[in-house]
Design a protein around this ligand. Structure first.
Ligand SMILES: Cc1cc2nc3c(=O)[nH]c(=O)nc-3n(C[C@H](O)[C@H](O)[C@H](O)COP(=O)(O)OP(=O)(O)OC[C@H]3O[C@@H](n4cnc5c(N)ncnc54)[C@H](O)[C@@H]3O)c2cc1C
Length: 405
């Protein structure tokens, strides 16, 4: 079998892997990225993202006009319970955004190749092993057959159920609050064709929530999260996933339903389960980025943003490790700590939101309080958009202030 070599092997060419490849290649590091898809295509994944995402894309060298074509600005999120209460979270310029997901991925992979990374689309990594002499052995199967790469460092950017995490024995499944995600696009002929900001909506039902976000191309992304039990019960009664979408959309309040009733343009995709976790995000000579490093739920709309931030941290780590300077051996531990400092509180908040959502009366109560308390609502909106640290929303003072009658 042919054996190649590279300094950094990246498994996975979603937003996390592509962003990491760009950052390393821009700094002159020899990078090989393996992506099993021949070209990006619509799949179960997220589109709604933080106010900060635009800045990350610019920072990765995506030209301003290209960024504008990739995203639809979103200036407010209507959070609505089907049982009555509702509140509005506002976002200032540069606004939150709905992303053209497929074009985002092709743009980032193109940028990675332009920066000098070897981007191998259509190459599925079939196995990763530590090499006896240090570094990694990566087996991949591509259009020309199977081949092996020797890599000094390895990044797992291969999403949920990461092969790299499994090879290191770090992957764990989640047993409580198990959810399924269903997502598709529908045409919204009434959406203004320009880059005018649009509203997004999050509707809370019994056993499910449904997010609606405008994306470029006059499309609305419909993202539905149900408990695994609810989905399985519906399927057992003979419903198809698309019937479930139709049923849920028909129950949305009229003011938000309109944008979700057009013709299907990107087919329904299902992901089950959504959450997964890892016991560690790095170890000697490897790290995990994006969803490979764990994912809770799309409710907080931070998967894409987290993928881009973790890629930035990962690039710093690898650049530091390869200097070989004293202390550089601890770069991997430092990555773990940096990720934990940045994201642990948000994970706790995401689990807390899941717990509220699984108790409709509690969710409605919290929503009523949010609607009535401007300061709390502003903080909550900023925390969800990652503009403020999640610790702010977990302070006992904040929670008591929000939830007191
Ligand atoms: C239904 C649903 C709705 C979501 N909604 C949102 C949302 O609104 N906002 C948000 O921010 N996030 C959302 N997310 C999460 C978001 O999609 C992810 O956080 C984001 O895609 C993470 O990017 P990533 O690059 O880490 O992983 P991925 O996007 O999963 O990319 C991983 C890549 O690795 C490739 N790969 C996997 N295995 C191999 C292999 N063996 N060899 C080669 N390549 C491999 C895959 O083909 C893929 O391209 C949602 C997720 C789901 C499932």
């Amino acid at each position: 079998m042919t054996v190649h070599s590279t300094e950094v092997g990246i498994v996975g060419g979603g937003p996390a892997g592509a962003a990491l490849a760009i950052r390393l290649a821009q700094r002159g590091v020899e990078v090989t990225l393996f992506e099993r898809l021949v070209a990006p295509r619509w799949r179960a994944s997220g589109v709604y993202s933080s106010v900060l995402t635009r800045g990350h894309l610019l920072d990765l060298g995506v030209p301003k006009e290209r960024v504008s074509a990739l995203i639809r600005p979103i200036d407010r999120m209507e959070v609505i319970s089907l049982r009555g209460p509702r509140c509005r979270l506002r976002y200032q310029e540069p606004f939150a955004c709905g992303i053209d997901r497929v074009r985002l991925e092709s743009t980032l992979l193109e940028r990675a190749a332009a920066a000098g990374a070897v981007v191998l689309e259509g190459h599925a990594v079939t196995r990763v092993d530590r090499s006896p002499g240090g570094g990694w052995k990566v087996d991949a199967s591509g259009p020309d057959g199977r081949a092996t790469w020797r890599a000094r460092y390895l990044a797992g950017a291969d999403g949920p159920g990461s092969m790299v995490a499994r090879a290191e024995g770090l992957a764990r499944s989640v047993h409580r609050l198990r959810h399924a995600g269903l997502t598709m696009h529908r045409l919204d002929p009434a959406a203004p064709a320009s880059d005018l900001p649009m509203p997004a909506a999050m509707v809370l039902g019994d056993g499910w929530y449904c997010g609606l976000a405008a994306v470029p191309g006059q499309r609305t992304n419909i993202g539905i999260v149900t408990s695994e039990r609810y989905l399985r019960q519906r399927l057992a009664r003979g419903a198809r996933p698309i019937d479930l979408v139709g049923d849920i959309v028909s129950r949305l309040p009229g003011d938000v339903r309109r944008s979700a009733e057009g013709r299907d343009c990107d087919a329904l995709q299902v992901a089950l389960p959504l959450a997964h976790r890892v016991t560690r995000r790095a170890g000697s000579t490897f790290l995990l980025v994006g969803d490979a490093a764990g994912f809770v739920d799309p409710l907080s709309g931070e998967g894409i943003h987290r993928a881009l931030v973790s890629a930035e941290f990962a690039a710093d780590t690898i650049l530091h490790a390869r200097t070989g300077r004293p202390g550089s051996g601890d770069a991997w531990g430092a990555y773990e700590r940096r990720m934990s400092d940045r994201f642990s509180a948000k994970d706790v908040l995401s689990w807390l939101l899941q717990a509220f959502l699984s108790r409709p009366r509690l969710a409605d109560y919290a929503l009523r309080r949010l609607a009535a308390r401007d300061d709390h609502r502003a903080t909550f909106g900023s925390v969800l958009a990652d503009l403020e640290g999640a610790r702010d929303a977990l302070r006992p003072g904040f929670l008591v202030g929000l939830l007191r009658p």
